[in-house]
Ligand binder design. Structure first.
Ligand SMILES: [Zn+2]
Length: 304
């Protein structure tokens, strides 16, 4: 409602009186058609897993300015929303409903993997939507914590780096992943990671290197299904000069680095063989659903 009023006064404030009635009518038509709820898709789940996708949205209404500031990345992560929906459908076939929060607004209008201040190039039009989206994720995360004791957030993105492989982000940099096992398994690395809670819960039995590149790491499970991934048993770290995303705002905020017992992993999907055709997206989503169920059973809920 606040958004609607702001929009209304911005429109009428710029007009000559004789243009007033016609323009007001047009503005009323636009605002009656769209509300922030139209840009978010969310569903409650019945397992300790939340899937979010923020850069796959397509809607780019004229009444929200396109972001043009220097630091703004405005490219969409193609087909990531579709992949998220396919993973959800596949999980439902197996009887599991993940918590879902998906964004339909194009990244050129708002970046939901940034803090509020960095999301909008100084234009506060989208502030109510940033709040709505993040409140929804926050509320589901709290619900997962209360209902299941612990859980996992998967933030799905798409990367266009040269190496065609899936990049998994645990908030550890490329150079940190290259270090020796005893350094990676030190408490400072654990405390820096987005899976801190899971490691604390299994102190002494589970090491950070197990989650990054062990037999039952997501990277190794995906590799076994034919999807090259880093980190994994096969590729422990990116080589010198290779680009790698280690996890952004959502992984930091909704994982357990700062607080709570819900962990987070950023999943950056490559294009070839994963996102590039509808068939590949379907096959990948089925495989990913199987991997994530097995992961949840191993680390979060044995009786899933
Ligand atoms: Zn992205």
């Amino acid at each position: 409602m606040i958004k609607k009023l702001i929009f209304f006064f911005v429109i009428i404030g710029c007009l000559k009186p004789n243009e007033y009635t016609e323009q007001v009518n047009q503005a009323e038509q636009v605002i009656s058609l769209q509300s922030w709820d139209d840009f978010i898709e969310n569903r409650q789940g019945n397992i300790p897993l939340m899937i979010i996708a923020v850069h796959g949205g397509s809607l780019d209404p004229d009444w929200i300015k396109t972001r043009t500031c220097d630091e703004a990345t405005i490219v969409k992560d193609s087909y990531t929303k579709e992949v998220a929906l396919k993973i959800e459908s596949q999980l439902k076939i197996y009887g599991y409903n993940p918590y879902i929060v998906l964004n339909d607004l194009h990244r050129k209008k708002l970046d939901l993997n940034r803090s509020l201040n960095k999301s909008n190039c100084g234009d506060s039009t989208t502030k109510p939507y940033w709040n709505l989206f993040h409140e929804q994720v926050y509320n589901y995360r709290t619900e997962i914590q209360n209902k299941f004791g612990s859980g996992l957030v998967i933030d799905i993105h798409g990367q266009s780096h040269e190496e065609q492989r899936i990049e998994l982000g645990y908030l550890l940099s490329s150079s940190e992943l290259k270090m020796d096992n005893s350094t990676i398994n030190s408490s400072s690395f654990k405390n820096e990671s987005s899976v801190r809670s899971l490691l604390n819960k299994n102190l002494g039995e589970l090491k950070l290197t197990d989650l990054l590149s062990g037999e039952f790491s997501i990277g190794s499970l995906l590799s076994q299904k034919g999807y090259a991934s880093v980190p994994s048993k096969e590729v422990i770290a990116p080589k010198e000069g290779e680009l790698y995303f280690s996890g952004g705002y959502n992984t930091a905020i909704y994982g357990s680095r700062n607080s709570g017992s819900v962990d987070a992993i950023q999943i950056e999907l490559n294009m070839n063989g994963v996102r590039n055709t509808d068939q590949n997206r379907s096959v990948f989503s089925k495989n990913f659903a199987e991997v994530i169920i097995s992961y949840l059973k191993t680390y979060y809920k044995n009786d899933l």
